[in-house]
Design a protein around this ligand. Structure first.
Ligand code: DAH
Length: 351
């Protein structure tokens, strides 16, 4: 076949199918691939053009014009479709959801209980096993529950302005003074006034004093315990404390009572436990003594019973109160009490 006819046939058969192919190309790459089928190195139009050199001079202008027109038409169709694809992509981007539903979920950081709460839970668990029930009292107290009925003399230093946060409470009984409780011993008064013996109660919670340094915080926690019945003796107190100590620090933990004074007990004592870290040989935690001071205790004073409507001739009982922070600091090796209440996640994440 002569070249002129070959090119014309090629151009005729070439037709307009590429318009449909361009329209069907849904990505830029697919569109470029379609274009290469025509104008690429081995493209249909390129192949036809290779014959141009052999076209006789008489036909060359006509054929040349036709080929150029075809090429221009392909390029124009290509450019138009490319612009459309870009516009579609941009529109998709602009109307897309601002989040990606296909991303895996982000697990929320799980919190956990505060170290003070962990220690309180352990303490309550021990006393529950020993038969005590848990009762809570209010943080804002009447002076009589916090001091007077616990037989604090009116001029006792604990009631000084330096120690106690006095507060005004709307609805308090006329003439009554109110304060943030300075210890959990106030729960003794509340419960002994509304129950009849026997009773064995533990009461955890926050207490408040005007104190603030590395080992004192204006807010800290205590667990109070008391057992009231006929014939309760100091031996019962010792037995309960010994059982408590062994459950807290492990079998073999020893208990030591030293005489001490609290207005609401007689006799009163401070209790040391043999150091859990060095088992009594002396270390940094127990400051070389082998003993850790953990609580105050004693036999409930007859005057307290009388204030609560209980006959001290028939009834006896013991009470104890321990500081939670001190135990928590010992258990976790925390050097500064204030860390417990700053709520710094770097500290709290360590428990
Ligand atoms: N309430 C005392 C305090 O805060 C602790 C205490 C001592 C409680 C002796 C008691 C007790 O029940 O018998 O310092």
């Amino acid at each position: 076949m002569e070249p002129t006819q070959a090119i014309e046939e090629a151009l005729d058969s070439f037709g307009r199918q590429y318009l449909a192919a361009f329209a069907a190309a849904s990505t830029e790459q697919a569109l470029r691939d379609e274009r290469a089928q025509l104008l690429g190195k081995k493209g249909a139009l390129t192949e036809a053009l290779k014959l141009m050199g052999k076209v006789p001079a008489a036909d060359r202008k006509r054929i040349g014009e036709r080929v150029n027109a075809e090429k221009a038409a392909v390029d124009a169709a290509f450019d138009e479709r490319l612009r459309a694809l870009h516009a579609e992509a941009r529109a998709r981007e602009l109307t897309a959801r601002p989040y990606d539903l296909s991303l895996p979920g982000r697990a929320p950081a799980r919190g956990h209980r505060h170290p003070i709460s962990l220690v309180i839970d352990d303490l309550l668990g021990i006393f529950r096993d020993l038969g005590f029930v848990v009762v809570e009292g209010p943080l804002v107290e009447l002076e009589e529950n916090n001091f007077t009925k616990l037989a604090f003399p009116p001029d006792h230093p604990a009631t000084d302005m330096q120690d106690t946060f006095w507060v005004d409470v709307a609805g308090a009984p006329p003439g009554a003074r109110t304060l943030l409780r300075t210890h959990t011993s106030s729960v003794q008064v509340r419960e002994m006034s509304r129950r009849t013996p026997p009773m064995a109660i533990v009461s955890p919670g926050a207490v408040f004093r005007r104190d603030d340094d590395a080992t004192h915080s204006p807010m800290f926690h205590q667990v109070e315990g008391f057992l009231v019945d006929r014939g309760v003796s100091m031996a019962d107190l010792r037995g309960v404390l010994a059982a408590f100590a062994e459950r807290l620090f492990g079998p073999g933990t020893k208990t030591r009572l030293r005489p001490s004074y609290f207005p609401f007990v007689e006799p009163g004592a401070e209790v040391d436990l043999s150091c859990a870290l060095c088992a009594g040989s002396g270390c940094r935690v127990c400051k070389g003594t082998g003993w850790l001071e953990v609580l105050g205790c004693g036999m409930i004073h007859p005057e307290v019973f009388t204030h609560c409507g209980i006959d001290p001739e028939e009834t006896t009982g013991f009470a104890f109160g321990l500081g939670v922070e001190r135990l928590a600091m010992m258990r976790y090796g925390v050097p500064d009490l204030r860390l417990m209440f700053e709520n710094d996640p770097r500290f709290l994440a360590q428990f």
